[in-house]
Design a protein around this ligand. Sequence first.
Ligand SMILES: C[S@@+](CC[C@H](N)C(=O)[O-])C[C@H]1O[C@@H](n2cnc3c(N)ncnc32)[C@H](O)[C@@H]1O
Length: 285
Amino acid sequence: MLTLGIDTKPKLSLETFCLLRDIIYAKSGIQFGDTKKYLLETRLARRIEEKNLKSFEDYYYYLMYDPDKARELNYLLNCIVTNETSFFRDPAQLDAFRRGIVPRVVEEKARTGSKTVKVWSAASSTGEEPYTLAMMLMEDLGSRGYGIEVLGSDISDRVLKSAEAGVYEKYSLRNTPEVFKSKYFVTSGPESYAVARKVRDLVKYRKVNLVDSIETRMIRGMDIIFCRNVLIYFDDASKKKAVTHLYDSLNKGGYLFVGFSETLHSITRLFRPVSIERSVVYQKV
Ligand SMILES: C[S@@+](CC[C@H](N)C(=O)[O-])C[C@H]1O[C@@H](n2cnc3c(N)ncnc32)[C@H](O)[C@@H]1O
């Protein structure tokens, strides 16, 4: 018998896409352009099936009114964020951190008599960035009696869970210098590496939404913040919010790194751009 191939998959209308997009924007600051409609449709199709819903409209109402809506919103954010990262990403910036910024911070610490260096990797994804920073600090300051505190945070609890586990595929370590590989990782399988306990002990993780003033208010007294490759997903209003929160979390004179292709130009005048080792770093004045 001939069966007609009728496509029964739910379709995401432009109207419902706009409603979902507004929720995503309000909760995360992430701007979803019209070109992302297909992406959202494919990523949510399986969820709609799992929840036994019939349409994207049903999904929208679920997200708005179900008693479990907070958990579902969490799910939605987990499935739309871009988590790409790796150890020792953008080496020029890391050189600027290691050779330019850390020595300045340490000099300032010596002046004030403080012995703890605090670094925040905001939007840390699966943890490669905060662990990279912790390893570099350990390498340079570990034997000099400094306390090292690294905070990794993200809006997605899925990536934070994986960061806490600290186990990575070989591909994630593709830019990692041999000396760091041998000192700060242990082999945990044929193609996987675990971050050594001494590094993991320096890094704490917390769920933080960068556009939320209440969640960011808990974080203060940072010497250096890395907020790389997340501002690109925000519009100017969200960027301003996030950057103002980061400013408040930094010590006076502290430094902010944004992604290589990101800039604070036209977003804020709160920071002074400083050129170090082919990178621009922003200093809180
Ligand atoms: C591309 S990754 C960047 C990872 C790392 N900073 C790097 O440069 O390799 C972007 C991360 O930003 C997170 N993110 C998106 N919106 C956020 C928000 N409003 N608050 C905190 N994190 C957010 C995503 O969950 C994702 O893990």
